[in-house]
Design a protein around this ligand. Structure first.
Ligand code: G4P
Length: 525
């Protein structure tokens, strides 16, 4: 515990994920952050726009050499004495349980919202996971260079839909073509959108909340309106409260335009200052391991299998919870009690030089895996002997019936399914009476990966019959009466033989709840 160097290193880590709905601007803002961090040299590097392909980036080289897709899984850079780790949360058609699990490995989350659209479905889903875990959340309202909704309206929606206090760090002065700048409440300054119109100064300091009376912007009626709005939110709204932020009860809200690189640096500077450093992690026994503990420990939150059959390797992503990782170190794997040597390990310095940096609590490492690791595994060094609490399971929303194409190959079919389920790639259920296999996922991609891996790793071709989206709710086995099953639900059991219903829709679930008011319907995380 008494290692000041370790403490200093750990305290400099800022590990977070960006959550958003597709098209809100996650990629654009990530690129801007990487540019500020010097991790890339030009925009368009993270994602080849238009074509949807990855541009030839520094990471592509790493990928080619290693034959595995590590592109943008973890992006690391240094900024103002802080080491920033951004964990990608795959969205769009890549949405999967991995997206949720990634949120278990961060110390905070940044929510990017399109100012014209407000809170959208995917943001809400991810937000709820973040909120339930009490993870601090920062908000960036994007696309100010376009006409969007009124700031007050957006903040109100945030508070109502997400049930969280909001605190505006800055306030837009106009929007779209009329965007003049940001009234920076936190720093008591104005940030100009077109500094060239204001003597080439990007910032102007405020005195008692106002610009000097002779400043040209004071003639603009929008500025006068903003003064009124800011006064209103400061009087009637919540006060900035770091403790509430740390508990995830208040979100600091920043406005900006990622595309025109406006407000992003202000966001980054403030974020690295107030975002939390690595936190202590709970063990299975309810104890906590401090990040400053000198012995190394961490847990596996994601396993990325290679989709290229020439490269069978996988990467196990480990969040370091305590101590220092050193290449070649010996650690213990809690599940098997096996000793593992961590020699083939990748880190994610985005400048591709792959300079061996020390990784400490808060950082993420990727271990080359030939099938030794599972999601949720704990690794620890020496006498620490720790097992971190189980990662939550997430209620699947999409379901498929699955059978082996070749009935003669049942053995490999079962082996494959059980291993992939263990690994957390997919969830498995059986119909209650007839034991038919049903697989569940939170995103379509999980089915595709499942089918592909069954064939390529277990030589088992599967037939999948879509059942569409369902609402899965667990019940207490004691409440179960098989007559509760109807044409609007499917009675099933999970892999621990716990009963659940798959309801056709909200209506079917409400009908059930009305009919059996004493039966509690439970969801997973
Ligand atoms: P995502 O990762 O969240 O899905 O969003 P991404 O950054 O790819 O941005 C989605 C679209 O929104 C892109 O346009 C991007 O250029 C645009 N965008 C992002 N930030 C801003 C902003 O601050 N202002 C404006 N006006 N647009 C923004 P696209 O047409 O899909 O791609 P592109 O071909 O224009 O790059």
């Amino acid at each position: 515990m008494n290692n000041p160097k370790l403490k200093e290193q750990v305290d400099s880590r800022r590990t977070f994920a960006i959550i958003s709905h597709p098209d809100a601007g996650k990629t654009t803002i990530t690129e801007q952050l990487l540019l500020f961090g010097g991790a890339i040299r030009q925009a368009g590097t993270v994602k080849g726009k238009k074509t949807g392909n990855f541009a030839k980036s520094d990471w592509m080289e790493i990928e080619k050499q290693r034959g595995i897709s590590v592109t943008s899984s973890v992006m690391q850079f240094d900024y103002e004495g802080k080491r920033v780790n951004i964990l990608d949360t795959p969205g769009h058609e890549d949405f999967s349980e991995d997206t949720y699990r990634t949120l278990m490995a961060v110390d905070s989350a940044v929510m990017v919202i399109d100012s014209a659209k407000g809170i959208e479905a995917q943001t809400k889903k991810l937000f709820q996971v973040v909120k339930r875990r009490g993870i601090p959340i920062f908000t960036f309202i994007n696309k100010l260079d376009r006409d969007g909704r009124e700031p007050l309206d957006l903040l109100e929606e945030l508070e109502e839909l997400l049930d969280i206090e909001s605190y505006p760090m800055n306030w837009p002065i106009g929007m779209g073509k009329g965007l003049e700048g940001l009234y920076d409440i936190h720093h008591q300054r104005i940030e100009f959108y077109r500094p060239e119109e204001y003597g080439d100064q990007r910032f102007a300091a405020l005195t008692d909340g106002e610009l000097p009376a002779d400043h040209p912007l004071t003639k603009n009626s929008i500025y006068q309106d903003v003064l009124g709005e800011v006064e209103l939110v400061q009087e009637a709204g919540d006060q900035f409260d770091l403790e509430k932020i740390a508990r995830g009860d208040q979100t600091p809200v920043f406005f900006g335009s990622a595309l025109t690189n406006f407000g992003v640096q202000t966001f980054l500077e403030t974020f690295v200052t107030i975002a939390p450093k690595p936190h202590a992690h709970k063990t299975e026994d309810g104890e906590e391991v401090s990040p400053y503990e000198e012995e190394f420990s961490g847990f596996v939150f994601k396993i990325q299998a290679n989709m290229n059959p020439n490269h069978r390797d996988r990467i196990a992503f480990v969040r370091i919870c305590s101590g220092t990782f050193e290449r070649g170190m010996d650690v213990q794997l809690n599940r098997t009690d096996k000793k593992m040597k961590l020699s083939n390990v990748t880190q994610f310095m985005a400048d591709a030089r792959e300079n061996i940096q020390e990784a400490v609590a808060g950082d993420i490492i990727g271990i080359y895996d030939t099938g030794n690791y599972q999601i949720g595994d704990t690794l620890y060094e020496g006498k620490l002997k720790v097992a971190y609490e189980e990662l939550p399971s997430f209620t699947p929303e999409l379901f498929m019936k699955v059978t082996a194409k070749n009935v003669m190959k049942q053995k490999s079919f079962h082996k494959g399914i059980y291993q992939l389920v263990q690994e957390g790639a997919i969830q498995l259920y059986k119909t209650y009476l007839t034991d038919e296999y049903i697989i569940g996922a939170v995103g379509q991609l999980q089915f595709e990966v499942f089918q592909y891996r069954m064939q390529n790793e277990y030589n088992s071709e599967v037939v999948m019959t879509p059942m569409g989206s369902k609402i899965a709710r667990w019940i207490d086995p004691e409440d179960l009466d098989e007559r509760m099953s109807s044409s609007r639900n499917i009675l099933a059991k999970d892999r621990f033989d716990q009963p659940l219903f798959l309801f056709e829709n909200q209506f079917a679930m409400r009908w059930f709840a009305d009919k059996y008011p004493n039966v509690e319907l439970k969801s997973l995380m």
